[in-house]
Ligand binder design. Structure first.
Ligand code: GLA
Length: 386
């Protein structure tokens, strides 16, 4: 839906003018599940995301329309008597209001309608885009834009943690808010220091293959985080300076192997490997060695699959196909359990790979996979009225 159609739909629903805001989804080149282990991640915003039409309505009531959801559901709640909505999508909006209020700002009633072009549940963080577009817009409408971008990203994460039951890290919201055209972001999730990396792999493209296995992150994700915390507690009993897996080594983990379950051990071991891979990929990017970037991506995938237990047969199959086809790098992206694989492909190989994936995936799973070319775009912003 284009911006004019969104404005018209808003007008039709609420009978007044609105402003438009946008927040993107993200990709992540490498560094999966390292964010909540105080490690490094390497995401970038994409040119697809959530567009929000919004205007204050002079009451204490919030009315929201989710245009893309079946039946175009609406939800209303009263900020003077806030009751958490039942629908999950509405919790993102409710959470954003609550988190803004918790920071001492007077969030007032508004009307809102939102739509998006990032597929839901494809591992491209549509939910972070929703958290952040609302937090950003409420900041402009009710907080005189006093909240800075880092705090907007933290509000987005707090919405997921406190109101949507997902103990996620900060990667998705950070990438959505801080995205920059043509640049990936190397983020240190402990200090929150970050650096933009121009990403222009001459001769290669980044392509997402959507397995169309929908994932709603929740219990399984939180369990993995718990495993990491269990491993840290065991290590910290001997090395008190260890506060997260960021501080731990394989030797430390090996020495507590019998104190924790084999599952927790394998999961923590994946994180320690992944932490090193992010730094290796940074070095390879600086040298323009995309073949090594690709090799690291495959290692991440099989670590996510065999050690972290966060893949599924469909994404394993897609990565296997990529490898058979000679694609430089391929792996499951995001939280896992379905969604997209991210593929680094030599340009000349692209058409043959896409044809093969479409055919073989359909033959095996009777599902038509979706293919998206990745364009790295800008972060959260107001869309000018002019
Ligand atoms: C989800 C979470 C992120 C991050 C990734 C895995 O996208 O929201 O915080 O943990 O999974 O890297």
């Amino acid at each position: 839906m284009g911006n004019d159609s969104l404005k018209n739909r808003f007008q039709e629903q609420f009978g007044h003018e609105c402003r438009l805001f946008f927040s993107p989804g993200r990709i992540n080149l490498i560094g999966e599940h390292t964010d909540y282990n105080a490690g490094f991640v390497f995401p970038g915003a994409v040119d697809k995301g959530i567009t929000l039409a919004i205007a204050p309505n002079g009451t204490s009531i919030v009315n929201v329309l989710a245009i893309d959801l079946e039946g175009q559901p609406t939800c209303s709640f009263d900020l003077e008597n806030p009751q958490k909505p039942e629908q999950r999508w509405a919790c993102y909006v409710f959470g954003a209001c609550m988190e803004i209020a918790a920071r001492g700002y007077a969030c007032k009633g508004f009307d809102a309608a939102f739509t998006g072009d990032i597929p839901l549940g494809a591992g491209m963080s549509s939910s972070a885009a929703i958290d952040c577009v609302f937090a950003y817009a409420l900041n402009v409408l009710f907080c005189k834009s006093e909240i800075d971008r880092l705090e907007i990203a933290k509000i987005g994460q707090a919405v997921e943690n406190n109101w949507c039951g997902l103990n996620c890290g900060i990667m998705d919201q950070f990438a959505s808010v801080f995205g920059k055209k043509g640049q990936l972001i190397r983020l240190d999730c402990r200090s929150l220091e970050y650096e933009y990396f121009p990403f222009n792999p001459v001769g290669y493209s980044l392509v997402l293959v959507d397995s169309c296995v929908k994932h709603m992150l929740g219990g399984e994700y939180n369990e993995r985080r718990k495993s990491c915390e269990t491993a840290v507690a065991a290590i910290a009993a001997r090395w008190p300076q260890v506060r997260s897996l960021r501080d731990a080594t394989h030797e430390m983990l090996d020495s507590v192997r019998s104190d924790i379950s084999e599952t927790d051990f394998q999961r923590a071991s994946y994180i320690l490997d992944e932490k090193e891979r992010v730094l290796e990929v940074c070095g390879s990017l600086e040298k323009g060695d995309y073949e090594n970037v690709g090799r690291c991506m495959y290692h991440t995938h099989w670590g996510m699959s065999r050690q972290y237990g966060a893949s599924c047969p469909e994404t394993d199959f897609l990565v296997g196909l990529a490898s058979d086809c000679g694609v430089a790098g391929s792996r499951i992206m995001g939280g896992g359990f379905g969604g997209c694989t991210i593929n680094l492909i030599k340009d000349g190989m692209l058409p043959a790979f896409i044809d093969m994936v479409k055919q073989e995936y359909k033959d095996r799973f009777s599902i038509e996979p979706k293919i998206y070319n990745v364009t790295i775009g800008d972060g959260t912003r107001e869309i000018s009225n002019k």
